[in-house]
Design a protein around this ligand. Structure first.
Ligand code: ADP
Ligand code: MG
Length: 248
């Protein structure tokens, strides 16, 4: 079977409002293979979220095509804000995506709850989101996404609302969960260091209308955690090259 899960082929996208027409993307192309961890970096407002919306099927390209191998039901997303429901317990929040997709039965329920245990949140099953730290809430949001067993995870600046230290720690944990669960991931971030420390490949988007300006294959030991990868001497070389590309 072809290992390409998603591909965008010369995608252009225009937004139309009463006042104006905005071109977000211009002939943008890239593809993602099964098991890959891709990061997308680019200036604010360049079209990163737009690309995720196209992949999810929430938008249709004005020109070009978006192809997904296994359809959209195999996708899950994690956003900057965890969108946990405050009146539901952690457990009930985790089961929400299964309920919404009508996929809840004893087996899927037990699998979802086992994820909470496996990733250190079993003791908080009956807590309300307000009793958790920001980092823990993001982990609950990830587990809720994983409960429907998606193949591809779309992560839109999932750590931006966290303070710096929590952000580093949760990035490590989220990375290890994604690897253990063998998911493919696309991470959108404006943080170059985060992109290099987590991804196999970093795509740099240009200013709007955006296209892929450059691409970096990150050849830092994949067995290392994101935090460890930050200490690799090559980390700084990648950082400077991506920084220059973003700036130009
Ligand atoms: P990013 O995620 O990289 O910050 P977005 O993909 O959200 O950027 O937006 C790209 C551009 O498209 C921005 O200029 C934004 O203002 C515009 N845009 C995004 N969504 C809409 C919309 N629903 N209607 C009109 N313009 C939009
Ligand atoms: Mg965005």
């Amino acid at each position: 079977m072809d290992s390409t899960l998603v591909s965008l082929d010369r995608v252009s996208l225009f937004y139309h409002t009463k006042q104006a027409e905005t071109q977000a993307l211009e002939e943008l192309s890239f593809s993602v293979s099964e098991g890959e961890f891709i990061a997308i970096v680019g200036p604010s407002g360049c079209g990163k979220t737009t690309v995720l919306s196209l992949i999810m099927g929430l938008l249709t390209p004005t020109k070009g095509s978006v192809t997904t191998r296994d359809g959209r039901q195999k996708m899950g997303y994690m956003l900057q804000h965890d969108h946990l429901l405050d009146w539901r317990t952690v457990e009930k929040n985790v089961l929400l995506s299964l309920e919404v997709q009508h996929g809840i039965n004893e087996q899927t329920k037990q699998k979802a709850l086992a994820l909470l245990d496996r990733y250190g949140l079993g003791g908080f099953r009956h807590s309300k989101p307000a009793e958790l730290s920001g980092g823990m809430r993001q982990k609950v949001a990830l587990i809720r996404t994983l409960a429907t067993d998606p193949q591809l995870l779309l992560l839109d600046e999932p750590f931006s609302a966290l303070d710096y230290q929590t952000r580093l720690r949760i990035a490590d944990e989220v990375y290890s969960i994604i690897k253990q669960e063998r998911k493919t991931a696309i991470l959108v971030t404006h943080d170059i260091s985060e992109a290099i420390s987590m991804a196999d490949r970093v795509l740099v988007f240009s200013q709007r209308p955006s296209k892929v300006k450059s691409e970096f294959v990150i050849e830092i030991d994949k067995a290392q955690s994101p935090l460890e990868r930050r200490n690799d001497p090559r980390f700084f070389t990648y950082f400077h090259r991506i920084w220059e590309d973003l700036d130009a």
